[in-house]
Design a protein around this ligand. Sequence first.
Ligand code: MG
Ligand code: MG
Length: 637
Amino acid sequence: MKTSIATVSISGELPEKLAAIAKAGFDGVEIFENDFLAFDGSPADVGRMVRDHGLEITLFQPFRDFEGMPEPHRTRTFDRAERKFDIMQQLGTDLVLVCSNVSPVSQGGIDRAAADFHELGERAAKRGLRVGYEALAWGKHIFDHRDAWEVVRRADHANIGLILDSFHTLSRKIDINSIRSIPKEKIFIVQLADAPLIDMDLLYWSRHFRNMPGEGDLPVTDFTTAIAETGYDGYFSLEIFNDQFRGGSARAIAADGHRSLILLGDRVRRNPNTSSLTVGAMPERAAVKTVGFVEFSLDDTDATELIALLRTLGFRNTARHRSKQVQVYSQGDIRLLVNTERAGFANASYAVHGPSAYAVALAVGDAGEAMARAVALGAEPFSQPVGTGELSIPAIRGVGGGLIYMLDDKSDLGRIWDIDFVPVTDEEESQPAHLCGIDHIAQTVAYEELLTWLLFYTAIFETQKTPMVDIIDPAGVVRSQVIENTNGTLRITLNGAENRRTLAGHFIAETFGSGIQHLAFSTDDIFLTAKALKQNGFQPLHISPNYYDDVEARFGLDPELSEWLKAENILYDRDEYGEFFQLYSGSYGEGFFFEIVERRGYRGYGAANAIFRIAALKKLIRPEGMPAITNRSSLEL
Ligand code: MG
Ligand code: MG
């Protein structure tokens, strides 16, 4: 698969864009005319700069309002075309994109358009150039790739071909089977973009909300599969208009783009009819069996405080690391590692972020294969020296520079607790609180990183994302998105914080970066758990009594139940699948907390309750410094 990206997709000046695109591993780049209009150099300079980065110019664009023009516009339009051809020759590219005409003076008629393209083909051929025609979804007469193809077919010229763009086809829900009958040599290039499903004007949607394949909701894989079935083996080029991307980090956006194409290629390759697409084979997405452990990096003082909290939650010290200052606290299938090492990565993480849950271990079928896939998709592998005889656990860098360790049962990794750890007997008594596993891991990231991590998790692990619904909410301060697998063994809620006045934003600012903000444990019996927690002296987050009047009325709860919920500070929710109970700890450090949930068939994350929890937590953290919450639009989970 030959990969390309349009310069318009990312931020910065042209030299910065090209450096980022080359670094991300693309083969080619589409040059927008504006790029060198704003750049202090000639088209020839731009061409040289591109080639110095080892990139090819795949396309020059745009050439607008060409076909179907009446005189005297028609003559002027052809003159304009000749000037574009001059620029292309100086740039060193042979392909120009002509998008379908939106001019109110343009005239319809397939044959008229075809005749114009035939003449343009003649002029292009004299210079050894090619012209690709793209149907804009909002073109005046041509807004469907099937009609654009008919124009190209009737133009009947070797130098005239078709450009397919997933957004224009999919936004209009045009049948992609129509692509399969187009001869591959007439497809000059393919442009790709995804987008979240939003009901809005096509032009506005396209210019502001496109995103990388896999980040949105359009069937880009099906579109690409149809193209690959024609035998097309040319460039797949990202053309992403997105305000957030244009304001983001060029390097990060380019890396996401490349990852999205590699992932797309892998998805398409798994279809038996698409042998034309050559992409590097990689193992399938890793199915996560369970969260093996979560590791905190702390100093001794912080550790004492955390351990005291863990004891009230019913955890007991069950093991210690053979050679490192790492203690294991466990309950049910949950293992929490408390790392107070004065050296190594955990310590470095502590120095930067303060106390945090910096590492998560995921048990998969084959850790080696999971690593191979992650690395093929551009994840950064991590390793550090280990003691003699100890395991070197494969890992990649994740959110906030933290670690994701991979465990499996195939190798010695399955015996990690015997090899690296020794059992200990906890002297202090605390009553088990019937916690059985990790229900979900909530990570808070900067708003502009949300799509990056969404793509990261769904690319590497067998997971789905929930549809992104809350796109622009002027009052909304946090956007939430869930990544989960079907059996619920991996659930991650990602919260994107736009500003530091939000609890999530405060967390990012105070912990110097994105990371895990809360861990939710599961229980099979919230009643028993609440009772045990009370005996352990656990201090739940105090929820406003007003909440319980509301919840009793909203769900028609038995007053006895709502009284009990109030007494125990338990939050309640219900969906079409069942009931949900949530109990929170107070805040630890700068906004970290624990949650305990019981799901009785319920599939959500208690989004409706988040507002009450955030209000309660804010009271605890900064009584005077942070503004109160004034709206209920936040979906922070
Ligand atoms: Mg396009
Ligand atoms: Mg939660």
